[in-house]
Ligand binder design. Structure first.
Ligand SMILES: Nc1nc2c(c(=O)[nH]1)N[C@H]1C(S)=C(S)[C@@H](COP(=O)(O)OP(=O)(O)OC[C@H]3O[C@@H](n4cnc5c(=O)[nH]c(N)nc54)[C@H](O)[C@@H]3O)O[C@H]1N2
Ligand SMILES: Nc1nc2c(c(=O)[nH]1)N[C@H]1C(S)=C(S)[C@@H](COP(=O)(O)OP(=O)(O)OC[C@H]3O[C@@H](n4cnc5c(=O)[nH]c(N)nc54)[C@H](O)[C@@H]3O)O[C@H]1N2
Ligand code: SF4
Ligand SMILES: [Mo]
Length: 884
C-alpha cells in the first residue's frame, strides 16, 4: 500500500493539512491530516472532494502559441524575446506580470525577483489586490509592517468572537467549526456577526447585526466612542506604545449612538448591546474579511477595527486581537515575498531607499524598481490604453474576477502580447492568450504556502506532472535565464526557498518582523520534511502572536491609531440603479470554478448562478421566486435565477462571483461591478456597485441532462454543471424551437441516427419532453415548458438517470413513490438532498443536527453543511412540520 503524502489543501487560507494517497491510476484519495495544527484532521466539503478534481480530461498539457502546439523552448524564447523587445523599445514599465495568491511561495518569489529586481519595474501585481490589499494597508499604517498579530487558538480562547464581512461557515469552514466547537464546549463564549445578509455564519451568532452595506466604519467609530465613554481605554498601554489616540478619538466622538444608528441602519439598542459585549469581554477577537476589504474605504475600515484593539491594549495576548483572515491558500506567502506592486520583498518597503539598496545588493540586481508599479485595476487600464506591450498572467482568471470584467477582457485582447500560465484548457482568460503555458497543478507541484495565522506548510507532490506541464517557478526561471539574467539557475524549489529565507534573515537584521533566519540553511532533506511552522522562525524559535510587548515596526516603534471618517460606497444609488449589488461566494465552489466545477458532488449544492433578492424588492420589480432576471449596471449585466429570500436586506441583492463564460451564458457578475478603488489600498469595491434588476422574459425554459457536454448555442440563456456520467443544463430561449426533436439532438451532440428517441410534445403549449436512449441507457433528456418560471422536473432524479438503464417513467420527470427525489444536495460528502432531510425531520421528529446525522449521515463527515441542517431544522420548527 502506498503511504499517504502529507500536503496542504489548495483552496482557502485556513490552510488545512491533507493526507493524499495516490490510487495508482492517476487519482488519489484524500483525508484530513490529524497532526496539522490548522485542522487536526478535519476537511470541509471542498477539501474532501479534492480527489475528484484530479482528472486530466480538461488539463492544458502542452505549450501553445497562437493556438498551435509548440515546444517549451519555442514558447520560452518567444516570451523572453517579446518582453525584451518591449523593454528595449518602451522601457521596463511597458511590461507587467499579474499573478496570484494561489502560487506557491517559491513561484511567487521568482516572479517578484524577476520583475522588481531584473526587469526593473514595479509592475507585478496580484489578485490579492482584490482580496487582502486593504487589510495590508491597514496593518502597515497601524503597525508599520503587514503583520497579523493573532492565531487560530485565539478564536477558541476568546470570550467574544466578532465576525464582520465574513461568511466563515462557507468560506473558512474548518475554522468556523473550530469556533462552533469552542462555543459548544464553553457556552459563555459569545459570537457576533456583522453582515447585511443573514448567512450560514450568522446562524451561530448570539447577536447578528445586519448593517447597511458599506457602513462598518461608522459602527467601529461608535464602538471606539463607547470604549472611551465607558472608561475602557487602557491608558498605560496607550501611553507606552500607541500614537494618534487624540485624533482618532476626535473623529470617533462624532459618532454618538443616534448618528451611528442612522448610518448603519441598526437599532440603538443593538448598537449598545454590541458595545457592551465588546467592552466587557477583554478576551475578544475581531475577525474581518471581504465585506470590509472590498470597499472604496477598506483600509480605513481595517484601521477602525485596529483602533479599538489598540485603545484597549487587546492585542497579541491569548484570545484577543484584530484578525484579518486571508482568502487564498498562499495570500500570506505573496505578502511575504512582496507580490503586491507597492511592496518590495520580505516585508521591506519599496519606498525606502535603504531597503531597496539592501535587496539590490542581495540579489546582485542590474536594475531595481524604484517606485511602486501599477495596481491591478490600473494595470488593466494601462493595457486598455496600449501602455502595456507584454503581459504575463499566472494562476488567476482576471477576465472573470476583475471588476468591469468586460472592459478587462477587451484590454487583455488589445494587449499586443499576453502569456497565460494555466492548469486547465479553456478559461475566459486563457482563451485570450497569445502563448499558453501549461502549469503543474496541486498534487504535482511542490513548495510552501503560508496560511492566515502565518503558518508555513509544505505542499508536496504525489502525482507526476502530466504532459509537458512545468511548475510556475520553473517557467519564470527559464524566462529569466532566456532574458540573459543571472540569478535564475534554481534547480529546485528548495533552492528558491533557501534564498527567500536568507533574504528574510537580512530583513530581520534590519528590524523587520518577517524573519526566517532559522531556515536559511535548510537542507534539501529538511525542506522535504519541514513540519508546519509559524513565522518568524529564528534562533529564538517561532511566535504565535505579535505586539503584546508593545514593540511595533514604525519609525518610532509605536503603533498608530488613525482618525477614520466613514465614507459610503462610491457608486451612488439612483432611480435607474436603486440596488446595492453585493457579491461573494457559495459553499461548494471555488472562484472561477476551474476545479470545483469538475466534481458533480460539489456542483449539486448550487448548480446555477443566482441573485438573492428581498421579497419586497422582488414584488416591486414583478419578480416571482425562481424567475430568470437580468441584473443591470451601467458597466454590464448578468442573467441569473432569482432567489427570493429575506436573508438579504431590502435594497441589496447578492450574486455569486463564480460563474464564467464556460459555465453560463451571462453569469460573470464582475461585468456589472464598477471598478471604484480604495485610494489607499487600490482595492476595488467589489461589494458595493449600484444596479437594478428586471425580470428576463423567455418564451420557454428547460432542463436537460446529456452524456456529452451540451451544445448550448441555440439557447439564449444557459447554465451548465457536471452531473454523474455527464452534464446538466438549465436553458431558456426567446423563441420556441419549431422542431424540438432536432433541437434536442443537437443539444446532446447526437446525429439524427444515434439512439432511439422517446418524446412527449405539446407544441401548442410550448411543452416538450424528449429522451434519447441507446442500448437501453439514457444519453440525453430534455424537459421544456413555457416559463416564465423554470420547468418543473425533479432535477436530481433526472440527473441520476443519466447513463443508467432507462426507466419507463423517465419522461414523467419525477420519481415514482418508491424512489423519492432527494432534492438539491445539502450534504456533499454523503450526497444527502434537501427533500430527504426535510422528510426525515418531519417523519422521525429529528430535533437537532446530531439527530439528522444519526438518521442520514448528513453533516457527520466534513460538517460544512451543519449550518444548513440547522436552518432546515429551524424552518421545520417554524412551519410546524416537525413531528412533536
Ligand atoms: N467556498 C469558498 N470558500 C472560499 C473561497 C471560494 O471561492 N469559495 N474563496 C476564498 C477567498 S480567496 C476569499 S478572499 C475568502 C472570502 O471569504 P469571505 O469574505 O467570508 O466571503 P465573501 O462571500 O466574499 O464575503 C463575505 C460576506 O461579506 C458580506 N458583506 C458585503 N458587504 C458588506 C458590508 O458592507 N459589511 C459587512 N460587514 N459585510 C458585508 C457579504 O454579504 C458576505 O456574506 O473566501 C475563501 N474561501
Ligand atoms: N465581484 C467579485 N469579484 C471578486 C471577488 C468578489 O468577492 N466579488 N473576490 C475577489 C477575490 S478575493 C479573489 S481572491 C479573486 C479570485 O479570482 P481568480 O484568481 O481570478 O480566480 P481563480 O478561479 O482562483 O483563478 C485561478 C486560476 O489559476 C488556475 N490555476 C490553478 N492552479 C494553478 C497553478 O498551480 N498554476 C497556474 N499557473 N494556474 C493555476 C486555475 O485553473 C484558474 O484559472 O476574485 C476576486 N473577484
Ligand atoms: S477549510 Fe476547506 S477549503 Fe479551506 S483549507 Fe480547509 S479543507 Fe481546504
Ligand atoms: Mo480572495
Amino acid at each position: 500500500m502506498t503511504c499517504p503524502t502529507r500536503t496542504a489543501c489548495p483552496y482557502c487560507g485556513v490552510g488545512c493539512g491533507v493526507l493524499a494517497t495516490p490510487d495508482g491510476k492517476g487519482g488519489a484519495t484524500v483525508a484530513g491530516d490529524p497532526d496539522h495544527p490548522a485542522n487536526f484532521g478535519r476537511l470541509c466539503s471542498k477539501g474532501s472532494a479534492l480527489g475528484e478534481t484530479l482528472a486530466l480530461d480538461d488539463r492544458l498539457l502542452f505549450p501553445q502559441i497562437a493556438g498551435r502546439r509548440a515546444s517549451w523552448d519555442e514558447a520560452i524564447a518567444l516570451t523572453a524575446a517579446t518582453f525584451r523587445e518591449a523593454i528595449d523599445a518602451h522601457g521596463p514599465d511597458s511590461v507587467a506580470f499579474y499573478v496570484s495568491g494561489q502560487l506557491l511561495t517559491e513561484d511567487y518569489y521568482v516572479a517578484n525577483k524577476l520583475m522588481k529586481g531584473f526587469i526593473g519595474s514595479g509592475n507585478i501585481d496580484t489578485n490579492s489586490r482584490l482580496c487582502m490589499a486593504s487589510a495590508v494597508a491597514g496593518h502597515r499604517r497601524a503597525f508599520g509592517t503587514d503583520t497579523v498579530p493573532t492565531c487560530y487558538e485565539d478564536l477558541e480562547q476568546a470570550d467574544l468572537v466578532v465576525l464582520t464581512g465574513s461568511n466563515l461557515a462557507w468560506c473558512h469552514p474548518v475554522l468556523y467549526q473550530r469556533i462552533a466547537a469552542a462555543k459548544a464546549a464553553r457556552p459563555g463564549m459569545k459570537v457576533v456577526t456583522i453582515d447585511p445578509r443573514r448567512t450560514a455564519t450568522s446562524d451561530l451568532a448570539d447577536l447578528h447585526l445586519g448593517v447597511a452595506p458599506g457602513s462598518d466604519a461608522a459602527l467601529f467609530n461608535f464602538l471606539l466612542h463607547r470604549i472611551q465613554s465607558q472608561g475602557a481605554i487602557d491608558a498605560a498601554y496607550v501611553l507606552a506604545h500607541v500614537d494618534g489616540l487624540p485624533a482618532a478619538m476626535a473623529e470617533a466622538r462624532r459618532w454618538p449612538v443616534e448618528r451611528a444608528a442612522e448610518v448603519t441602519g441598526l437599532a440603538p439598542r443593538d448598537l449598545e448591546a454590541f458595545a457592551a459585549l465588546w467592552i466587557r469581554r477583554e478576551k475578544g477577537v475581531t475577525l474581518w474579511s471581504q465585506g470590509l476589504n472590498q470597499s472604496s474605504s477598506g483600509a480605513d475600515k481595517a484601521n477602525a477595527i485596529i483602533n479599538c484593539h489598540l485603545a484597549t491594549g487587546r492585542i497579541g495576548r491569548p484570545g484577543m486581537g484584530p484578525f484579518s483572515i486571508t482568502g487564498q491558500p498562499n495570500a500570506m506567502g505573496g505578502r511575504e515575498v512582496g507580490g503586491l506592486a507597492n511592496m518590495l520583498a520580505a516585508h521591506l518597503d519599496l519606498e525606502n531607499p535603504a531597503h531597496r539598496a539592501a535587496v539590490q545588493g542581495f540579489w546582485g540586481s542590474p536594475a531595481m524598481a524604484e517606485r511602486p508599479g501599477l495596481k491591478a485595476v490600473d494595470l488593466f487600464e494601462a493595457c486598455a490604453e496600449g501602455r502595456i506591450k507584454a503581459l504575463w498572467i499566472m494562476s488567476t482568471n482576471p477576465a472573470v474576477s476583475m471588476p468591469e470584467a468586460d472592459r478587462v477582457r477587451d484590454a487583455i485582447r488589445a494587449t499586443p502580447f499576453v502569456a497565460v500560465s494555466e492548469v486547465v484548457r479553456g478559461t475566459d482568460t486563457g482563451d485570450l492568450a497569445d502563448v499558453l503555458l501549461p502549469a503543474a497543478a496541486w498534487g504535482e507541484k511542490t513548495g510552501t504556502v503560508t496560511n492566515s495565522e502565518r503558518r508555513i506548510t509544505r505542499q508536496r507532490a504525489f502525482l507526476p506532472a502530466p504532459g509537458e506541464a512545468l511548475a510556475d517557478w520553473d517557467q519564470l526561471a527559464r524566462v529569466g535565464r532566456a532574458m540573459g539574467f543571472e540569478g535564475f539557475d534554481f534547480a529546485s524549489p528548495a533552492e528558491v526557498f533557501r534564498e527567500h529565507a536568507a533574504l528574510s534573515a537580512m530583513a530581520g537584521r534590519m528590524g523587520r518582523d518577517f524573519d526566517l533566519s532559522g531556515l536559511e540553511g535548510i537542507s534539501d532533506a529538511d525542506y522535504d520534511a519541514l513540519a508546519p511552522v509559524q513565522w518568524p522562525v529564528t534562533e529564538a524559535g517561532s511566535r504565535a502572536r505579535f505586539f503584546a510587548d508593545g514593540k511595533f515596526h514604525t519609525e518610532t516603534g509605536r503603533a498608530r491609531m488613525l482618525p477614520v471618517a466613514p465614507r459610503a460606497p462610491e457608486s451612488r444609488l439612483s432611480a435607474a440603479f436603486p440596488l446595492r449589488l453585493n457579491t461573494g461566494r457559495v459553499r461548494d465552489h471555488w472562484h472561477t470554478m476551474t476545479r470545483t466545477a469538475k466534481t458533480p458532488r460539489l456542483s449539486r449544492h448550487i448548480a446555477e448562478p443566482f441573485a438573492e433578492i428581498h421579497p419586497a424588492d422582488a414584488d416591486a420589480a414583478g419578480i416571482s421566486p425562481a424567475d430568470l432576471v437580468h441584473v443591470i449596471a451601467p458597466e454590464g449585466r448578468v442573467t441569473v435565477r432569482a432567489l427570493v429570500t429575506d436573508r438579504t436586506p431590502r435594497g441589496a441583492i447578492f450574486v455569486p462571483m463564480h460563474w464564467t463564460s464556460q459555465w453560463a451564458s451571462a453569469g460573470r457578475v464582475d461585468a456589472a461591478v464598477r471598478a471604484n478603488v480604495d485610494p489607499v489600498s487600490g482595492q476595488p469595491e467589489l461589494k458595493g456597485a449600484a444596479a437594478r434588476i428586471e425580470r428576463a422574459d423567455f418564451a420557454w425554459q428547460g432542463f436537460a441532462v446529456s452524456a456529452a457536454r451540451p451544445e448550448v448555442v441555440e439557447a439564449d440563456y444557459w447554465a451548465l454543471a457536471r452531473a454523474k456520467d455527464g452534464w446538466r443544463a438549465e436553458l431558456a430561449g426567446l423563441a420556441v424551437p419549431a422542431d424540438w426533436a432536432g433541437f434536442a439532438r443537437r443539444l446532446f451532440g447526437l446525429g439524427a441516427e444515434a439512439g432511439e428517441m422517446a418524446a412527449l410534445e405539446d407544441p401548442a403549449r410550448g411543452m416538450a419532453r424528449i429522451a434519447v436512449i441507446e442500448d437501453g441507457r439514457v444519453l440525453g433528456a430534455l424537459f421544456a415548458g413555457p416559463g416564465p418560471g423554470p420547468v418543473e422536473v425533479a432535477r436530481a432524479h433526472v440527473a441520476a438517470a443519466l447513463g443508467e438503464p432507462a426507466m419507463p417513467d423517465l419522461l414523467a420527470g419525477r420519481p415514482g413513490a418508491d424512489r423519492p427525489d432527494p432534492g438539491a444536495t445539502v450534504c456533499a460528502c454523503y450526497e444527502v438532498g434537501v427533500n430527504a432531510i426535510t422528510a426525515a425531520i418531519a417523519a422521525q421528529g429529528l430535533a437537532d443536527v446530531a439527530a439528522v446525522g444519526a438518521a442520514l449521515g448528513a453533516g457527520t463527515n466534513c460538517g460544512s453543511c451543519r449550518p444548513e441542517l440547522q436552518a432546515l431544522l429551524d424552518k421545520a420548527r417554524a412551519d410546524g412540520s416537525m413531528a412533536a
